[in-house]
Design a binder for this molecule. Sequence first.
Ligand SMILES: [Mg+2]
Length: 361
Amino acid sequence: MPELRKIIHVDMDAFYASVEQRDFPELRGKPVAVGGSSRRGVVAAASYEARVFGVRSAMSSAAAAKACPGLIFVPARFDVYRSVSRQVRAVFARYAPFVEPLSLDEAYLDVTESLVEGLSATEIARRIRAEILQETGLTASAGVSYNKFLAKVGSDFRKPDGMTVIRPREALAFISALPVEKFHGVGPVTAQRMHAQGIRTGADLRLFEEEELVRRFGKAGSYYYRVCRGEDNRPVRPHRGRKSLGAERTFESNVMDVPDLLLRLEGIAAKVAERLQEAQLGGHTVTLKIKTDDFQISTRQTATPHLVHDREDILELVTLLLQHAPGPPTRPVRLLGITLSNLRSLAQGPPPEQLKLDLGH
Ligand SMILES: [Mg+2]
């Protein structure tokens, strides 16, 4: 029998909203929605006080304000969230050789071979949560188990500021009692369909053959068949097979002037470089996206044999893309975006070399 893995899923509690409550004490204990103050906006995150009223992320601001009359909208500060995220990842890096970030506030850790010898996975999770709290002032929840599915379910189980350990011998009983809507990968629509078919818990799911679950729920049926038996072999993958990484900006007023456009590109390039740095990735393909005032979107792309990852290299390439044939945009620009694709790990690749541009001019 192969050795059981030790997987931890760590999830910051109401992350953006908690950062705002940390930094602005007047928001503590109050229903807070991050983002979405404009009429057509969407809530990016909600504090637990707001969740009591049913406010959720991705909800329209109008619906959120209606659900929770005293709701306080605060603007998102992604630079701050990213820097806290870096602190959190630095904590992970003390213990886990393999970390797969799912977003700024959530990651899987494989600690089968811990970086600190002699610690159980449970002890590692306990220390990680304590160090995150000490260093960022924020709480995180964790799930500890032998695969991703159970670790993820575990981190959600006693949220906020909770931890759940699911040992192999406890897994089947745990899943049996678990409502299907708590299964990661079962969305609200699927949960409703399952309920309509009398499937309410993991134990109910286990009554079906794989073919039957596939017939009823499509390809995901195979996944449900396995996870309701506590089986999930997905590895913790540090780069998650990410295909591209980028950033874009919509301008408050349209921009026509080329020097002004280049100035805007500087800011976007810096953002993309920061994200690449965070993910420890570089890219071989750079794409510039241009949206003009008539809402036409065009893209211009260049590939290089060198791994592009820092701000200067990105800026140099997109500057050329902007000015190169067919020339600078002839209409006012609403939006610029930069995307890097064909990504490679900075750690694994050869050291980045001096960039040589070949755009055929
Ligand atoms: Mg979270």
